[in-house]
Design a protein around this ligand. Sequence first.
Ligand code: SF4
Length: 347
Amino acid sequence: MSSDTYRTKIIHKKNYNFAKDSQDLVRWYLENKRDLPWRQSQDAYRIWISEVMLQQTTVQAVLPYFDRFMKRFPKLKDLAGSPLEDVIEHWAGLGYYSRARNLHKSALKLQESGFPKSFADLLDYPGFGPYTSRAVSSLAFEEKVGVLDGNVIRILCRKYGLNLKWWEGPSRNILQDMADSLAQIEKPSQLNQAMMELGATVCTPKNPTCFMCPWNKTCVAFKEGSIAKLPLQKPRAELQNWIWRVQILNKKNTLGLIQNTQAPFLKGQWIFPGEFIQTKSKPKKYDVNHSITKYNIYVQIEKQHSKSKLSIRKEELKKIKWFATKDLKKINPSSLLQKILKKGIEI
Ligand code: SF4
């Protein structure tokens, strides 16, 4: 049996009433939705920016950033026509700077091509993963596809009582099919935003307010008292320890930086030159400690003019570019670089 047939069977075997579920949810959404700036129109550019900002961040936190960003880059052409440093500066505070870089790359491409209306075509643009592509095509162009992120996974697992290992491909495919099925009935822009709204305001990770939920009469987890157990917990990614031996090169108020091609964190970004070593345990000596997602980073700063063996290899020296020290935050807003620079001045 092909995996597609298997997925279809799982969904149909259960006799889910997606039509009624979809209608109940959209009716609730239209009565309860929050008035948010990116909901005032179906402008693909505004929807795209809001969706990228909202990844891993709450609506409340995003609102001032969205407002500031839109004032500076009101249209796609403004974003495409601005230097990357400017975009990164207006992204500062939201973290995950690779998103700002991809935003800029995609803006240049979209300026040429216009916004494709299908999620499959949007996937070709930098930073457009399955979620963002589906969000933009359904919210802006009413493509009948469902969105699937952590919020939607939580809601679906609870509502339909699913003990799925949602972090694994086959389970994710089942959930994606369910989200797609729900998006076939009502306007997909409304259905998908209703799912997002329910996850943010009612079916929250802890203490969901089920008495306010449009699905509380049919929700399996509510009926069976299994809300706290669903969705299943993803096993934690193992922490990795890294030593970063850094050399701060500075002359006449400039800093020598190199593009990171070695370490799995701060990928592709301009950083201080040096070397990275993955280690099992915490080193005895280090100058700065910092964590980025699952990476525990111990920075050892080589003293200025030190004759220690850590000297930059010739081929690395060729790749170094010099930037004004005062621009470091613009070039790389990671607080780790600021910490290293501050500590480097002290020692
Ligand atoms: S009834 Fe409660 S657990 Fe079920 S979907 Fe609604 S808020 Fe979530």
